[in-house]
Design a protein around this ligand. Structure first.
Ligand code: ADP
Ligand code: ADP
Ligand code: MG
Length: 583
């Protein structure tokens, strides 16, 4: 079989760009990488045949710069573009723009992206296809009263969800009627700020569901297959940490029903290419449509390992107009596969705080049944501007118990130095009786599972006591130590652990490299303990830095929009309330 394209541009970075480049190389396709300024020497750039600078640092300045990408398409002569996930992958306008330029978008038709990109029209499309969504509305919310009415009818809690949300963001849980007005207002403004669209709707918030999703693959000749499900219930902040195929304790008849439902949803929006229909599963019997992701999914490798199908190769072939090379009856799933997302995040105390920085050493696991899909190698820097996925460790085995044992062994072999990673959390999750017995749910990591306050997150240096606390989902509370209010990834900066007494002035420092979103205090403000001083964004996560002591703001060293380094002073607190200081 010939190659589907001669030259493909990969409009992404990190592990998924590397993944697509590898598939292209195996097919003899010339690869074109694009990169931001900070990624000039990144792994995906090193691996590609051709490289083009997009300029800029942030995603908006670089990988989301339509003009710059169109320009590289023209200059490189690439016939097709693979968007990976994130960035342009679910942007119908971008797909239309490159199609108009005569370039093949390796993904579904723009119309399918548009229907599924809006969670409301997606729910309507699923319902038309006879697939019920999580109980909820299909209209844009216009008042908090509608939230209250829905909650009283269906029971609390409910979720206000951004119609254009994604990546686990834009979901606000409302536990009672009292909470509805404030939640409604902030959900709308956050949706507008985060996704550029304020539309929200309300859904029943299931309290102990599992996330089970179905991989589909469709060609442009009317064939559409389901390739088996993935269970992605181990999550924090509504984001996946561990994924596996098949879903444990999931009966065959439900599997088939879900597969057929997913195919109906895909057909209902004229889907072509690889896609994922996500469901919430409420054992033992019910499942509801959640959303459809019109792209390659982060966790696609577990399906590849159980089906033996290379999804990226299939994406390329389908995009070139080739028919699928197998029928539904020929899809066979064997064994069990698990993926752990190795993120640059410190999981101490279940806080999962961003931990960008330089990977000073990296030893990947090997041996039977192990796959390492990474975006970085030793010496590379994980920048604070993009998401925090460092790599994916994926294993397969004859059955779930074998796969779990293999993953524990492979996690143990994986050594990442210089940054904190989620590996300790993965080891703890895989070793937990609830996970082994598949008694977990999407709420389990946050509600039941506990991680020690201090976990060894990187193997090069001993970790001192954690210096960061979070008083809520994304909140960071620095703590007074040696006269300094400190917060941040603990294990990377040490040697300064002071044994001195607490000083009379406090310095709030940035725990990480990132960008100041908002400054919340002014010079002269009297602040109490736990007073928020600024919001910082790193790796798509916002954290609020707060004080641990009371006092007067002597200096505000940052402004909104400013980039800050790890350890940079943001606010100086001077003598204020001396009674508080005695704390
Ligand atoms: P998956 O279901 O494949 O895990 P995710 O929802 O985690 O997908 O998103 C995949 C990638 O896309 C991640 O890099 C995620 O951070 C990013 N992403 C998806 N949607 C958004 C969004 N609306 N805003 C920011 N990042 C997003
Ligand atoms: P995203 O586009 O961010 O991926 P999803 O709608 O797929 O948004 O939801 C992401 C996660 O949030 C789900 O996997 C689940 O854990 C949780 N979630 C979303 N909606 C609900 C709901 N109605 N009830 C319970 N959990 C939900
Ligand atoms: Mg989702």
């Amino acid at each position: 079989m010939g190659k589907p394209f001669a030259k493909v541009l990969i409009a992404n970075r990190g592990e998924i760009a590397v993944r697509v480049i590898r598939a292209c190389q195996e097919l003899g396709i010339t690869t074109v990488a694009v990169h931001s300024e900070v990624d000039a020497d990144a792994l995906h750039v090193r691996l590609a045949d051709e490289r083009y600078a997009l300029g800029g640092q942030t995603a908006a300045e670089s990988y989301l710069n339509t003009e710059a990408v169109l320009d590289v398409l023209a200059r490189s002569g690439a016939e097709a573009l693979h968007p990976g996930y994130g960035f342009f992958s679910e942007n119908a306008e971008f797909a239309r723009a490159i199609t108009a330029a005569g370039v093949v978008f390796i993904g579904p038709p723009p119309e399918a992206i548009a229907i599924m990109g809006d969670k409301l029209s997606a729910r309507v499309a699923a319902e038309k296809a006879g697939v019920a969504g999580v109980p909820g509305t299909t209209d844009v919310l216009t008042s908090a009263g509608q939230v209250v009415a829905f909650g009283e009818e269906y029971g609390w809690p409910v979720a206000i969800k951004a119609a254009f949300g994604g990546g686990g963001r834009g979901i606000r849980v409302v536990r009672s009627a009292d909470e509805a007005p404030a939640a409604f207002e902030s959900a709308r403004s956050e949706a507008l700020a985060g996704f550029g669209r304020a539309e929200c709707y309300v859904e029943k918030y299931l309290t102990w569901p599992r996330h089970v999703e179905m991989q589909i693959l469709a060609d442009s000749h009317g064939n559409c297959l389901w390739l088996g499900e993935r269970d992605c219930s181990a999550q924090r902040r509504h984001q996946k940490l561990v994924e596996e195929a098949p879903a444990p304790a999931f009966p065959d008849d439900l599997r088939r029903a879900m597969g057929e439902a997913a195919v109906r949803v895909a057909r209902a929006c004229g889907y072509v290419n690889a896609g994922t229909v996500e469901f919430l599963y409420d054992p033992p019997g019910d499942f509801w449509f959640l959303e459809m992701n019109t792209r390659l999914q982060v966790e696609h490798p577990v399906t590849e390992l159980t089906t033996g199908i290379d999804l990226v190769v299939e994406q390329l072939r389908v995009a070139a107009g080739e028919p699928l090379r197998l029928t539904q009856d020929e899809v066979a799933c064997r064994g069990h596969a698990i993926e752990c997302r190795i993120n640059a995040e410190d999981p101490s105390g279940g806080r999962f705080l961003p931990s960008p920085g330089t990977i000073t050493g990296l030893v990947a696991a090997g041996g039977p049944g192990v796959r390492w899909d990474a975006g970085y190698q030793a010496g590379d820097e994980v920048p604070p501007f993009y998401d925090n996925l460092v790599g994916k460790l994926v294993v397969c085995g004859a059955d779930r118990a074998t796969a779990i044992a293999r993953m524990v062994r492979a996690l143990g072999e994986t050594k990442i130095h210089g940054i904190a990673t989620t590996i300790p959390a993965h080891l703890a999750i895989l070793g937990h009786a609830d996970f082994l017995a598949a008694r977990h749910s999407t709420r389990w990591v946050e509600e039941v599972f506990t991680l020690p306050e201090v976990v060894e997150t990187t193997s090069d240096v001993p970790g001192p006591a954690r210096e960061v606390q979070v008083g809520g989902r994304w909140y960071t509370v620095p703590r007074l130590e040696g006269g300094v209010l400190r917060s941040g990834p603990p294990s990377r900066r040490r040697g300064t652990k002071s044994t001195g007494s607490r000083g009379s002035s406090g310095t709030v420092i940035s725990p990480m490299q990132g960008r100041i979103v908002t400054v919340l205090v002014e010079v002269g403000d009297r602040v109490a303990v736990d007073h928020p001083v600024c919001v910082i964004e790193a790796m798509k996560m916002e954290s609020t830095l707060t004080t641990e002591r009371a006092g007067t703001v002597l200096e505000v060293a940052v402004t909104a929009g400013q980039a800050v380094r790890a350890d940079q002073v943001v606010v100086l607190i001077g003598d204020g309330d001396t009674t508080e200081e005695a704390r």
